[in-house]
Design a protein around this ligand. Sequence first.
Ligand SMILES: [Fe+2]
Length: 186
Amino acid sequence: MIRADKWMELLPEFAEIGDPALRELALKATGAAAEKGGWTEETVELAPVTVSYSGCRCSLIEHVRKVVQTCIADYSLLSGFFARNGRPLDRDLVVCGALLHDIGKFTEFTLREGEPVHSESAALLRHPLSGAIIAAEAGLPDAVVNLIATHSFEGDRSVRTGEADFVRAVDEFVFKCSVAGLEKKG
Ligand SMILES: [Fe+2]
């Protein structure tokens, strides 16, 4: 089990969630996802963001940090448009959603002989689905569960909040940057 203070060390952006109760639930869900996937304090930094690109050196933790940091920066630049148009964005929902959007990758990927690979559950429970289930089980609000479930193509025909669209767009941009120039396998 990975201690809460270790998560705060790995992902200090948890402190950016203003509501302490929401922060606690977010930490609980992250810990539950890592535990379900068998990750430990010794291995968690080896969890990959993808196994589909040759030579990708971006870890899941680094990816999530960049998504959260970009969301925070973009929120301060752009949230005024949403407020002006009568659809204000909830900052805590954006930050919490950005921190949790990929928790399902802790169960989608595993280590085999030290190398990150797809887990056995990956085909039927891609990370938006597994992550949403874990978040719901941890007691997170429906808006967070929806954001996780809809942040990839699974959400193409689903109802999405403004916050879900915001995190989804940032996530896609950050991911594309992290694999730019690399060759996709298969
Ligand atoms: Fe992501």
